[in-house]
Design a protein around this ligand. Sequence first.
Ligand SMILES: *[C@@H]1O[C@H](CO)[C@@H](O)[C@H](O)[C@H]1NC(C)=O
Ligand SMILES: *[C@@H]1O[C@H](CO)[C@@H](O)[C@H](O)[C@H]1NC(C)=O
Length: 612
Amino acid sequence: MARLLSKPSAPSISSSRGNNNTNNNANNNNSKFMSMQNILSHLLFGCCCTYLGLILGMNFHTSSSSSSSSSSIQECPCLGNTYYGGSEARTRRQQQQQGAASNYVESSLGEGGGGTSSFSSFSSSRKFPRSLDNMFVDYATVPREDFNRHLEIGVPFDKTIQGAEDVLVLYTNQKSLPSNSHNSSLFKLHSEQAFENCHSVKVILQEPTKKRRSQQCIAIVPQWESYYVHKFMRLPRQKLSSGVDYQNPLRYVSRSHTDDGKFASVPMLSIHTHAYYKVLMEYLSNLDRVVHDLQRILRVQKKQIHGPDQSNAFIVMVCNLGQSELLHNFVCNARAKGIDLSRVIVFATDEATHNLCKGLGINAYYDKDIFGEIPENAAKGYGDKIFVKMMMAKVFCVHLVLSCGYDVLFQDVDVVMFKNPLAFFASDEVAEWDMMFQDDGARSVRYQPYSPNTGFYYVRNSPITMYFFGVLLRMGDLVASTKSHQAALSALLNEFASWKGLRIKTWRMGDENPFPGGVEYHRHMDYMRALVDGKVNPYIFHMSWTTNKDNKKLFLEQLGEWYLREDTGACSSPLDCCLAKPNITCHYKDKPSKIPCKSSPNIDKRGKSFWV
Ligand SMILES: *[C@@H]1O[C@H](CO)[C@@H](O)[C@H](O)[C@H]1NC(C)=O
Ligand SMILES: *[C@@H]1O[C@H](CO)[C@@H](O)[C@H](O)[C@H]1NC(C)=O
């Protein structure tokens, strides 16, 4: 595409730039002008290529797409006579194209210039071919930050990067155009203005183009309405494929398919589904009894809560003996900081953990039928009933507390608190959102687009979230096949957002993240320096992105968040094991630490020292 544009296909490139200078918007600087020219050119070429694709598809099968379009550029109907009403407009369009070409050449050569030209976008001229009259009449742009302030989806909103600064708005008929569209520019409009005459806005998220990444095209098809997007790829049908190849025709694939042919498969009936049916049956046949029990426990617990009580939430955790050291540290850590834990309820999956909680003065619930018999090393029996049960314990406990009528702040045991986040979740500031997540930071396909970390999230009690967890708890076979409930939950979020209007919010990792975790610890050293220096003020820290339990402890130790005595066997009680001050110990110099750890070894092969 860019290669085509750079071809000086029209004469008098240098002189054409100053044409069409009427009605300059004073704010229109040269770079904007160029980017808009490019956007329009992209649209034109998109239309052109679709046409070409159809023609070519009828005649031959597929060939290299880039070579075919370059050889046929002159014949594109969108740029020819059919496009414009009159010869005057045609001349003007040709001049504009020349302008686009010349600007492209100049910018690609790095010769910025003090040109004064501006691209007139006034809707008096036709923007799309007549064959699209009932689809699109014009377009505008809105700065994406401004767009997100007014029409926030709730995804962890990326930082704005150069060349992907604006939202492209397409108008489907004259009535939807902004009121003053006939006499002013439609570029860089405020959201209110751009959408003032829109009854509804259909929003599509599109990742900015990356160099050497997938060559993606977008098709908008005149057809009965749909709020789903579909995906075709040039992938062979064999399961173990080598990836996209132009030899292959485009075929329908799942959204999880990647360029190299990987995709997420479905759970297997005999392994995952049958194993889960048994677990689900057990859960459902005990549900009434357990909810009844739990309701009584939580009512008593709620009465014991002192101080201002604007929250309707319980902090829900689930823990087995293997992870109990982390839970122990969480409690000692919060106590040392004076954070109130009277709203915590721990779902123990064994008796020993239940007893530990009692010893720590933490409310806990243990039910043999639903959570019991989960051995410490259950993870080894992939696909079996015990394993599914363990995976689903994290879903069951949220479903149970919701069933009792409360909001839920779910958190893993590898979270430490800096201050109690419940007041934040109860504030008006976040009243919009039904579910709020920590940003996982992993931008993999299976977590698109909310990137939810399922180790720290808030659920507001409502019919829609109740239904959400009612559905999620029936997806245990998928949870078993993906070995975590993160992918299942993430997929269901998409469905519920689209289908039921569920409002989901994830705060973006880094910078001002109120809920930082493993992605900051391992990737955002600047953020971690600010954290260590007390220059940022988050609510929690989640030692995610670290699968090994022992490493979690080492990292928390050097971060100054480990409040558990080493010789726990010598404590007279679980609370006696708690330290008043953290045991700050260096382990790795290439991981964030509260104190300089310059003489410690690296943990990563090419890790750089955190302290310079
Ligand atoms: C555009 O037209 C409207 C209505 O015709 C008028 O009120 C407004 O002042 C015009 N704006 C400019 C910049 O000419
Ligand atoms: C602090 O941690 C180090 C390393 O894990 C350990 O050797 C030491 O005994 C700990 N100190 C206390 C008071 O637990």
